[in-house]
Design a binder for this molecule. Structure first.
Ligand code: CMP
Length: 226
């Protein structure tokens, strides 16, 4: 996909006409990151806004005892790095590449100027930030649940929304994150995630094939875990 096609598929830019998309894409610079590379470091000064052109990233913070807590996993078409550009504080979290990833970047000045020039983009950005707040609210609720199976189920629903493709009632997530990452999202251990996945598989709720995970009856799964 070329730069302008990609921008058209990014929800916050999708309302713009081709001329405006072309103007914005001219200001964007492509960068690539190997799997595991730190793209943003918590507390660092923010100078850049990012749109994911390919691959995926995890947004993390470290707990006091050094455990990684995953706040979100973002995939193609998602953006990150907007918070510190908007409020001038340091980066709110680490962002780490989960695959070999390609991003399109905008400088702080260009990002702020684009928001002023195109109010539609500012409104779409607010819509996306609202959705992220809702998801964070759900994650806080989910982490307070004592039932770990439920926490892992809710994490799978969230990943399906963010990274999955639905077809005939079945959701498929390719390049599914590692079990340790699921554990860090659900506030549990890798071993518990492994045991719970085996249980879900035995009940016919999910299927795993290499790095692809499928939820067989997605609406039934959502009814159980939301
Ligand atoms: P910024 O604070 O500039 O750098 C870290 C980025 O991680 C932040 O901007 C957001 O883009 C992203 N981020 C932080 N918290 C969350 C969250 N809860 N959900 C999704 N993305 C987040």
């Amino acid at each position: 996909m070329n730069k302008t096609e990609l921008l058209r598929s990014v929800p916050i830019f999708s309302d713009l006409n081709q001329n405006d998309i072309n103007k914005i894409s001219e200001r964007m610079v492509s960068r690539t990151y190997d799997k595991g590379r730190v793209i943003l470091l918590e507390e660092a000064t923010g100078e850049t806004f990012f749109v994911i052109a390919g691959g995926s990233v995890k947004v993390t913070r470290l707990s006091d005892d050094g455990r990684e807590v995953i706040l979100a996993i973002l995939g193609e078409g998602d953006f990150f790095g907007e918070m510190s550009l908007l409020d001038g504080a340091g980066r709110s979290a680490n962002v780490i590449s989960l695959d070999n990833s390609e991003v399109l970047t905008l400088s702080r000045n260009d990002f702020l100027e684009i928001l002023e020039t195109y109010p539609k983009i500012a409104i779409s950005l607010l819509e996306e930030l609202t959705m992220r707040l809702r998801k964070s609210d759900q994650q806080i609720e989910s982490l307070s649940l004592s039932n770990v199976e439920h926490r892992i189920g809710m994490t799978l629903v969230r990943l399906s929304e963010e990274l999955g493709k639905i077809q005939n009632g079945k959701v498929r997530i390719v390049n599914f994150p590692f079990q340790q990452d699921i554990a860090n999202m659900a506030g549990t251990s890798r071993e518990t995630v492994s045991r719970t996945f085996t249980l879900f598989e035995e009940k016919g709720m999910i299927e795993k094939d290499g790095r692809t995970l499928a939820i067989n009856d997605y609406s039934a799964f959502c009814r159980l875990f939301s």
